[in-house]
Write a protein that binds this ligand. Structure first.
Ligand code: ADP
Ligand code: MG
Length: 499
């Protein structure tokens, strides 16, 4: 069978970055070809070259066997290529129908010339929405739809233009499980209709479930392309990071933990009928639990965001000012929340300013500008120690990958030298190589004599990183497990089944 799409030896350089280095890629009609690679591997660039958004420095593109020069997205669309980018491109204040037909409006003859044929467009929109399984009205305003629904509108638009090549760039990253399953079903249906599908995702189980072939990119180079049977998840992951999974989590510390740095004694607060725990210097303490187990409340309590109703707490040898986030920080606890985008950092600020934010929020005399710790050099040294990859530290932090954002936040906290660092879902939405770097940083940070608490829903992560795991159920600590606990043991305690 002739490939629907063939890219040969595509190279693309940006100032200072070789984004693609002689990458070849093809996709057959009726095939799902997945592209995997850590952030910055070149996946989106390869697809933007295909979509006519970037002009390659070298290489050749064939569509249906003929060489094409795609110098504009319009030319790619005419060649039957549709790309659903990570950033959706719909007009938010227009209706679904208007968006589907944008630039391809249907017209009819009226008395005074050509008129938009709204009825015909609406009718076809209904049919297209049905085909993609979107349960929305063609008259809905796009801004009021969920991300999943907006994505389906984009796919409907691609189908209107009869795209034979459909690229989905991390389409499920923002979707919940049900919407993601629906999208995968739709991809299977389109495959059955002979569409060539390029599927970019970080979610390995999805790739394993749906891809007929898998290509792995790393640092702008092709690592390999393999049929599904030879593209197992461990094979993909080690190709992405170029290292074996056994080195993924840092080794357990050689020495025993030090003195107690944090202690709660029967602390009560909303949803927490009584918490006692202790943490030593040099220790990584994991906190597990299901969605409503109270582990989120515990994190809020520790961060000073929840008023205690009784009990005692000590941090770094002093009474802990629970119920006051600012004073908790000043007393030596650094807090890295789950929702980095909302709580953790301000995206329109430079990497360096973000790192300085924690210092500025506190404003103790020693952290004021000019007092040394605020120095640009000190922050930059921290950022580079953390291997934060940015064009320069004056760059907007929003432009960085999730992993680099998280590293920048860690750097800013380390600049404060906290006694305890509290991480909540530290690697959610972060690619695998950045995950490994963050785990190593946690270990190093603990080894330097700090206490680390990791609240996470990711069991393999908790097991891999923690020296000890507390399991929560109904607002209480149901049990404690040593390093090396199994997922089953954690799950039993999470479900409230006695161990
Ligand atoms: P992926 O999609 O695999 O995460 P990208 O294709 O977005 O990776 O990026 C590949 C490399 O090219 C990265 O180092 C990225 O910073 C760089 N890059 C991508 N687009 C641009 C651009 N418009 N200008 C400069 N550098 C870019
Ligand atoms: Mg990308």
């Amino acid at each position: 069978m002739n490939p629907a799409l063939e890219m040969r030896e595509i190279s693309k350089e940006f100032p200072g970055v070789r984004a693609l280095d002689a990458v070849s890629f093809d996709c057959l009609p009726g095939e799902v070809h997945a592209i995997c690679g850590e952030n910055g591997a070149g996946k989106s660039t390869l697809m933007k070259v295909l979509g006519g958004s970037y002009r390659p420095d070298a290489g050749e593109i064939r569509i249906g066997g003929s060489v094409m020069r795609l110098t504009h997205p319009r030319e790619a669309a005419q060649a039957g290529i549709a790309i659903i980018h990570q950033e959706l491109s719909l007009l938010p204040h227009r209706s679904v129908t208007e968006n589907i037909f944008m630039g391809h409006e249907l017209v009819r003859k009226g008395f005074a010339g050509m008129l938009l044929d709204r009825a015909a467009m609406r009718g076809r929109a209904v049919a297209l929405l049905q085909r993609v399984g979107a349960r929305i009205s063609p008259d809905d305003i796009v801004a009021e739809l969920s991300i999943a629904e907006q994505q389906l509108v984009e796919i409907a638009k691609a189908l209107l233009l009869d795209a034979r090549i459909l690229v989905l760039d991390e389409p499920t990253a923002a979707l919940d499980d049900r919407d993601a399953r629906h999208l995968l079903d739709l991809i299977r249906a389109l495959r059955g209709q002979g569409v060539a599908l390029v599927y970019i995702s970080h979610r390995m189980p999805e790739v394993a479930a749906i891809a007929d072939r898998v290509t792995v990119l790393k640092d702008g180079r092709l690592v390999w392309t393999r049929p599904q049977a030879e593209a197992t998840i461990p094979a993909i992951v080690s190709a992405m990071v170029g290292r074996d999974l056994k080195d993924f989590y840092p080794a357990a510390p050689a020495s025993a933990p030090g003195e107690t740095v944090l202690q709660l004694q029967d602390v009560r607060a909303a949803g927490l009928p009584g918490i006692s725990l202790s943490l030593r210097r040099g220790e990584i303490l994991g906190v597990a639990g299901l969605e409503d187990s109270g582990k989120g409340q515990l994190a809020r309590l520790l961060a000073g965001d929840l008023r205690p109703e009784g009990g005692t707490a000590r941090l770094a040898g002093e009474p802990m000012p629970l119920g006051n986030p600012r004073r908790v920080i000043a007393a030596g606890l650094g807090y890295l929340p789950a929702d980095r985008k909302r709580e953790g950092l301000t995206l329109r600020q430079s990497v360096r300013d973000n790192a300085a934010l924690a210092l500025r929020a506190m404003r103790p005399a020693w952290a004021r500008p000019g007092a040394g710790v605020f120095a640009k050099e000190a922050l930059d040294a921290g950022l580079s120690r953390m291997d934060v990859r940015a064009a320069h530290y004056g760059q907007d932090i929003g432009a960085l990958s999730g992993g680099n954002q998280q590293k920048a936040i860690i750097a800013r906290w380390l600049a404060l030298d906290p006694a305890v660092l509290l991480f909540v879902e530290p690697t959610r939405g972060i690619d695998i190589a950045a995950k490994a770097a963050i785990y190593q940083t946690m270990r190093d940070t603990a080894d330097q004599g700090r206490g680390i608490i990791v609240v996470s829903s990711d069991l393999p992560e908790l097991i891999g990183i923690s020296d000890r795991i507390l399991v929560m159920h109904r607002g209480t600590i149901q049990g404690e497990l040593p390093r090396g606990a199994s997922e089953q043991e954690i799950m039993r305690l999470s479900l409230g089944v006695a161990a």
